[in-house]
Design a protein. Structure first.
Length: 326
């Protein structure tokens, strides 16, 4: 039996694939390589080059392999880009996702772990954010994740598709082998490290007038290894429980952009020059997770909660692979 990992050549998909293999799962690593890197796929996995828009090709994959469950990471994920290209985000994240669900139902594969996002909450009313917080995304990206979660709700009731959605806050860090390498890079920590490595002169900060302690955005950073472990725990839970459920994934503590820069300066041993720019559309002021529910029901807690350990793992990976996967 195999686990199908969609988006397996992307940042989080690559680390989850690595950890699945470490736990002796057989992995089918599917990716269209539009944003992912073939070099990010563990060699022990069976790589499948395919876009989820290709319904016939996807059907062939399910015909050829004995698939037990799916972990779904394949998605466009840039909030800012989604504000100007909503059609592309709904086509890729929603329409292609429907193809995947329908093929799963056709082949009676009824277990799915979904890579969701805290962006479904938009600007929260309370902090930390619990799963019952109002879902009010303020970007097409967040809307696409929420739509897919709603689809999972109805596919569970109509077809018995069991699923667990994991709503990450800000994934960061690296394993020894796999890390974050996007083009263009929009995430804070890798961009801070690019400056520390001398690959760019300064760090662009988008907004310093938010209602936070220092005026910069506050986010909850979660180590990618902790995210990977949560996916495996969720998969095992679905082995014994047919259900539809969603959980927040974060450390429960927020750090501002300026605090991240300060911590990175200590880890890297160098000053990080910054430039203040206007706010980006779609960026909430603060996003901090309440992860009590996943701790209570799945027994998951982060093993690498400190911001310094998260940045240190990313720094070591970027020093080892200064040009990423190129």
């Amino acid at each position: 039996m195999s686990i199908l990992v969609t988006g397996a050549a992307g940042y989080i998909g690559s680390v989850v694939t690595e950890k699945l293999i470490a736990e002796n799962y057989s992995v089918l690593a599917l990716d269209n390589l539009f944003q992912g890197h073939k070099e990010a796929v563990a060699p022990e996995a069976t790589f499948i080059y395919l876009d989820l828009a290709d319904k016939a090709g996807l059907d062939n994959v399910f015909n050829k392999y004995d698939i037990e469950a799916v972990m779904h990471f394949a998605a466009y994920s840039c909030v800012g880009e989604s504000m100007t290209k909503p059609a592309e985000y709904f086509r890729n994240n929603v329409a292609s996702g429907i193809n995947l669900l329908n093929i799963m139902i056709k082949h009676k594969v009824l277990k799915l772990v979904f890579s969701s996002s805290a962006s479904i909450y938009g600007e929260p009313k309370t902090l930390p954010i619990g799963e019952k917080e109002l879902h009010n995304p303020n970007s097409p990206y967040g809307e696409s994740k929420l739509i897919f979660e709603k689809m999972l709700h109805w596919y569970y009731h109509a077809y018995g598709l069991g699923s667990i959605s994991l709503r990450y806050f800000n994934a960061a860090g690296a394993s020894q082998c796999f890390g974050e390498d996007h083009n263009p890079e929009t995430h804070l920590i890798p961009n801070v490290l690019r400056v520390a490595l001398g690959k760019q002169e300064q760090l662009n900060i988008y907004g310093n007038d938010y209602p936070t302690n220092d005026g910069s955005c506050v986010r909850d950073y979660i180590h990618v290894l902790d995210i990977a472990q949560a996916h495996i725990i969720a998969l095992k839970h679905l082995d014994h429980n047919q259900l539809f459920k969603a959980y927040n994934m974060g450390n429960g503590e927020g750090y501002s952009v300026l605090e991240v820069i300060e911590t990175a300066s200590r880890v890297c041993g160098t000053k990080i020059p910054v430039k203040i720019n206007d706010r980006r559309p779609g960026d909430p002021a603060s996003l901090v997770a309440d992860h009590a529910l996943i701790k209570k029901e799945l027994g998951w807690t982060p093993n690498f909660p400190s911001l310094e350990s998260i940045i240190d793992s990313a720094w070591k990976w970027h020093c080892k692979f200064p040009t990423g996967y190129c």
